[in-house]
Design a protein around this ligand. Structure first.
Ligand code: C2O
Ligand code: CU
Length: 544
């Protein structure tokens, strides 16, 4: 494959949104940041120069980085942060991904403004599994906070309460004309009548799943998380934070202006959130008089679980000869994993969480503690004391592995506990959503892999009947899966990528509360199945 070089200058830049100006962290001064465009099989060297005030890292979301965890990016998991005034070059290796992914900062909440698209075109000399589109467009859904995002999460963690909700959703960095002072800058996508576009939609929103639609235009979804699916023609999509979808859109309506819009899918949990709607305009080129009213798409209601399910349950891998699937049929490691929002005893007994406690979150009742130096170095160099290998294979008995556990399980254990996995194993993880403090959907994301979603259901996982519903023929291959509220989801993958890989909920507040863990896939026996040696320079772990 070809080699590409990018320079990312991380810098504070003034932006005006919602009638006020503030300084935000950006890459190269733009929001969203620059798009990385490669062909499948290429490599990109991305030199990140940190000119901001705080250390940070960048993650290439959904890029498997075979044997190369050194460039994966999560702070204090695979590297220490790039300190202000220094730089680090990531080597991003594109292997089997094809379609749309994205990159984002992976330090505290900095991803709120530090994100951009990754476009992976078919390998040179190959084509799409559908008629080649006439053109491309990228739409990134994001969150805008009037306050400083780092202050928002720090204050939430120190008071134990829910972080402030965002003040707007955005499309390509713009709130859209339903918000004040945003009319002039609403994002406009210019189209030509008769052309078919490949629209790449990325959900970079911090804390909410989204419904998205375009007025009067069908959406034909052809890929999810940079893997092809059997085409689904629909009037709306549900996309969870972290996910990406490639959608064919034909400009076949009378030349005019049409809204595209997105708003949250909140599954009726009553969790406080930003319930606003963001808009952009699809504008046909040509001579016509500007319409007096612009058609608005019909989005499912926020609490419409059925609409969300009806869309997601249709998703099947393309599973063609050119794009085969490889689901492990033999499972060597099976992990039952409960996902919970929990409480934490409040240090000063005046916290803003439930019962005067602080909020926390856990996987198998372990609330993950991010260490102060990275797990990867400690593992690679055999340094003790950074993490323990005791992440449990199943939740403690009090959870009874159901979604309806009682309030006796509100307090998790805290620790940096990881799960070791042998190279080459077939791994199955069965996620079970719970209702300890609040039931919610959880977009679970795994670094270093894409995995097959073989089954999902509402209510409790049933050891006898649920596995009978598994799809082992054409399950979608994804990197993020929305585990349904109080429901379950089973994923499978082959542990063929040695390294240290973060797994977490992609709702930023849940991840901050500890809804995370690490899978360490050991080296195989041959040179080609071992972690590559570290690059000559890694950001040092102490500031001095
Ligand atoms: Cu897009 Cu660890 O995340
Ligand atoms: Cu979550």
């Amino acid at each position: 494959g070809a080699i590409h070089y990018y320079d990312f200058i991380v810098q504070e830049t003034n932006f005006t949104r919602l009638c006020s100006t503030k300084s935000i962290l950006t890459v190269n001064g733009t929001l969203p940041g620059p798009t990385i465009t490669v062909n499948r099989g290429d490599t990109a060297f991305i030199s990140v120069h940190n000119q901001g005030y705080n250390g940070l890292t960048i993650h290439w979301h959904g890029v498997k980085q075979p044997r190369n965890p050194w460039s994966d990016g999560p702070e204090n998991i695979t590297q220490c942060p790039i300190q202000p005034g220094t730089n680090f070059t990531y080597e991003v290796i594109f292997s089997s991904e094809e379609g749309t992914l994205w990159w984002h900062a992976h330090s505290d909440w900095t991803r709120a403004t530090v994100y951009g698209a990754i476009v992976i075109l078919p390998a040179a000399g190959t084509t799409y599994p559908f008629a080649t589109p006439d053109a491309h467009e990228t739409v990134i859904l994001g969150s805008w906070f009037k306050g400083d995002v780092m202050e928002i999460i720090e204050e939430a963690l120190s008071t134990g309460g829910d972080p402030n909700i965002s003040d707007a959703f955005t499309i390509n960095g713009q709130p859209g004309d339903l918000y004040s002072c945003s009319n002039e800058t609403t994002y406009r996508w210019m189209v030509d009548y008769g052309k078919t576009y490949l629209l790449r939609v990325i959900n970079a929103v911090m804390n909410e799943e989204q419904f998205f639609a375009i007025a009067n235009h069908n959406l034909t979804v052809v890929a999810q998380d940079a893997a092809y699916i059997k085409p689904i023609t629909t009037s709306y999509i549900m996309i969870t934070p972290g996910q990406t979808m490639d959608i064919l859109v034909t400009a076949n309506q009378p030349p005019s202006h049409y809204y595209m819009a997105s708003h949250p899918f909140m599954d009726g949990t009553g969790v406080s959130h930003n319930n606003s709607t963001t808009t952009a305009i699809v504008q046909y080129n040509g001579n016509y008089s500007t319409p007096s009213t612009t058609p608005f798409p019909t989005l499912p209601l926020e609490a419409d679980n059925t609409a969300a399910d009806n869309f997601t349950k249709q998703i099947r891998a393309l599973a063609s000869k050119e794009h085969p699937i490889d689901v492990p049929l033999k499972i060597h490691s099976r992990i039952y994993m409960t996902i919970a929002i929990n409480e934490r005893i409040c240090a000063n007994s005046s916290c803003k969480g439930p019962n005067g406690n602080a909020l926390s979150a856990s996987l198998n009742n372990v609330s993950f503690v991010i260490p102060s130096v990275d797990v990867l170095q400690a593992y690679y160099r055999g340094n003790n004391g950074v993490y323990r290998t005791s992440f449990p294979n199943k939740p403690p008995n009090t959870y009874n592995y159901t979604g309806d556990v009682g309030n006796n399980t509100i307090y998790p254990n805290f620790g940096t506990r990881v799960r070791m996995i042998k190279y080459g194993e077939g791994v199955e993880i069965i996620f079970q959503g719970t209702n300890v403090i609040a039931p919610e959907n959880h977009p679970m994301h795994l670094h270093g892999f894409s995995f097959y979603l073989v089954g999902t259901g509402s209510g409790n996982f049933n050891h006898t009947t649920s596995p009978k519903t598994y799809n082992l023929v054409d399950p979608p291959e994804v990197n993020t899966i929305a585990v349904p509220k109080n429901g379950w989801a089973t994923i499978r993958f082959k542990a063929d990528n040695p390294g240290v890989w973060f797994m977490h909920c992609h709702l930023e507040r849940h991840s901050s509360w500890g809804m995370d863990t690490v899978l360490i896939v050991r080296n195989g026996k041959t040179k080609e199945t071992k972690i590559r040696p570290p690059p000559a320079y890694m950001p040092p772990c102490s500031k001095s």
